[in-house]
Design a protein around this ligand. Structure first.
Ligand code: GEK
Length: 260
């Protein structure tokens, strides 16, 4: 695969019909085999900007990756961000560690990684990102993953990530967000649903998925994310992407870190 053939490094997959079937109503959303099978189609048709964010993670990683360090993709799903970094980072002695706690995702991800011809080594781990060991990281991608971590556990996780980052290292944090202002929240949600309708989801599918995600994906406001990142010790926080209620932030570890 070269960039000409697959500029976004996002894979083809079956059409997402997970919430189209009568039997799909009820139960919390899970990253199981049925979801992993249609995941590329699901995320592309559900997350405005995903097809822009993936190649930009490669661009950002190329700037912040340092020789002989590790670049982590946490909550890697099928490895779209992993492969974007793999083809962009200019240091041959870097390696990428991609982690997900869904066996179905890691199993499929291993096929995509094996088929890909990128130069950097990729290690896949089926693990919970809250308990795994992290070290010597120059780049960490949390691309739409923190939103699935229980709210009280987000701060300790970000603190561990910041400690694992080398001075000046980068965290790329993409999230679905909420808005404090009720009217803005309603407007942005409406636009997100318009985006999904424009990509072929029915109102019933949209509403079933929304109910399934209610207890699983907890969005927070941009201010809450900025505050938490600051408290975790990140020194500069840049909003580099927003489309409706989906954002991506770049947070840098301080150049000199007193705790290291
Ligand atoms: C992409 N980043 O395509 N530990 C490990 N993995 C987790 C955990 C956890 N505690 N919680 C959730 N996940 C990807 C997209 S999807 C986003 C990320 C979405 C994993 C979960 O199994 C799933 O694969 C991923 O985080 C979230 O760039 O589906 O909206």
């Amino acid at each position: 695969m070269d960039t000409e053939q697959n500029p976004n490094r996002i894979f083809e997959s079956d059409r997402d019909r997970v919430y189209a079937a009568e039997t799909s109503a009820g139960g919390d959303f899970r990253f199981d085999d049925a979801v992993a099978r249609v995941f590329p189609d699901m995320i592309r048709r559900s997350v405005p900007g995903y097809t822009t964010i993936i190649p930009m993670i490669g661009v950002i990683a190329a700037r912040y990756a340092r020789p002989a360090t590790i670049c982590y993709d946490l909550g890697c799903s099928l490895g779209a961000a992993t492969l974007s970094m793999r083809h962009s980072i200019p240091h041959p002695d870097c390696r990428i560690v991609a982690v997900d706690n869904s066996e179905a995702m890691i199993e499929r991800c291993s096929h995509y990684v094996a088929l890909d011809d990128g130069p950097l080594p990729v290690e896949l781990q089926c693990a919970d990102i809250q308990s795994m060991t992290l070290d010597n990281a120059s780049v960490v991608a949390l691309n739409f993953t923190l939103q699935f971590i229980p709210v009280q556990q987000r701060q300790p996780l970000l603190e561990r990530l910041r400690q694992a980052l080398t001075p000046g290292g980068a965290l790329i944090l993409s999230e679905k967000i909420a808005f404090a202002d009720e009217q803005e929240q309603a407007r942005q949600l409406e636009l997100h649903h318009d985006f999904k309708r424009a990509h072929g989801y029915s109102d019933l599918e949209i509403s079933r998925k929304r109910s399934a995600l209610e207890q699983v994906l907890i969005p927070e406001t941009l201010d809450q994310h900025r505050k938490r990142l600051g408290e975790a010790g990140f020194s500069s926080i840049t909003l580099w992407y927003q489309c409706f209620n989906f954002v991506s932030l770049l947070a840098l570890a301080p150049e000199t870190d007193p705790t290291r």
